[in-house]
Design a protein around this ligand. Structure first.
Ligand SMILES: [Zn+2]
Length: 309
């Protein structure tokens, strides 16, 4: 073990980074240690031909996100809201240097969410909705995934237009584990009913999971080298340490959203942007999940799909 760690330390340059910005292409599925594909992996011709763009929100974005009114089984709505506010605050109050934070201001809506499934409206106002769902399998999602974040973006410049999160209460007990490792599954944990013992894989800490998913919400993909990073692709059911961002997570968000920039997202001016083209981008966090059963989704939605594991 010691030798291996020493070897890795020597192999990784001091300035190496592991964070990864989401792109409009499918990232390869390489297990927990995801390989990050970046724009530099493509030629200018490929980027132009395939409309490959990096995804992010406009600098200065200040939009609400809503918790779906159905709430969670095992956690009160007030507690759920507090967890989400802490998770968003953790990312948005990062110190990128000299006390400056990324120019983002997402905030909890005063109104509960109304859309239980990821949804994008071509006309009207979109709602960034966070929903707990008990029909996970029916939706075609991988049973071992704790949660999925769906992000719609404009193909011409990668600007994120809407992001929705769903949490898997069919196969996992989503719980607020406090400061301790999550307890063993127990019906006492659930106010509205636990998943059956046959499918309950364990107790999952809501804040640990949401903090990771908010990283996806903001446009980060999986970190490919730092197992302690919040954006590492894999998680154990009972862990809580991903609530706290690692140096790699902080470096990633500060690079995507450098402070002091009031301009819009990089890309062509609005007047020259192409017609809005919307792709679907799904990300998630999972536990010992290796294969994504997504073909049905991919064909049904005609979308680009990010492997959640
Ligand atoms: Zn993820």
């Amino acid at each position: 073990m010691t030798t291996l760690v020493a070897g890795l330390a020597c192999a990784i340059p001091v300035d190496a980074f592991a964070w990864c910005q989401a792109l409009s292409v499918v990232q390869p599925d390489t297990g927990c240690a995801q390989t990050c594909v970046t724009l530099s992996d493509f030629t200018a011709a490929q980027i132009a031909e395939r409309s490959i763009v990096a995804l992010d929100w406009p600098r200065g974005s200040s939009q609400p996100y809503a918790i779906h009114r159905a709430g969670a089984n095992a956690i009160s709505q007030d507690n759920v809201e507090a967890v989400f506010e802490r998770a968003f605050a953790r990312w948005q109050t990062i110190d990128c240097g000299d006390g400056a934070s990324p120019p983002l201001g997402f905030f909890l809506s005063e109104n509960p969410g109304t859309h239980p499934a990821p949804e994008f409206l071509n006309t009207g106002t979109n709602e960034n909705t966070m929903a707990f769902v008990s029909d996970w399998a029916r939706r075609g999602y991988a049973p071992n995934a704790f949660a999925l974040t769906t992000t719609w973006f404009r193909l011409s410049d990668g600007q994120i237009l809407d992001a929705d999160m769903v949490l898997n209460e069919q196969h996992w007990i989503i719980y607020d584990c406090g400061d301790a490792p999550c307890p063993a599954p127990s019906e006492d944990l659930c106010e509205g009913g636990c998943p059956s013992a046959a499918v309950a894989g364990g107790v999952v800490d809501l804040e640990n999971t949401v903090t990771h998913e908010v990283g996806h919400f903001l446009g980060l993909a999986h970190s490919d080298a730092d197992e302690m990073a919040t954006m590492w692709a894999c998680a154990e059911a009972n862990e809580v340490f991903k609530r706290d961002l690692s140096a790699d997570d902080i470096e990633g968000l500060c690079a995507v959203y450098p402070p002091g920039c009031g301009c819009s997202a990089a890309g062509v001016p609005i007047s020259q942007r192409n017609t809005v083209i919307v792709f679907l981008f799904v990300l998630g966090i999972a536990w010992r999940y290796r294969r994504l059963r997504s073909r049905r989704r991919r064909s049904r939605m005609g979308a680009t799909l990010y492997d959640p594991q």
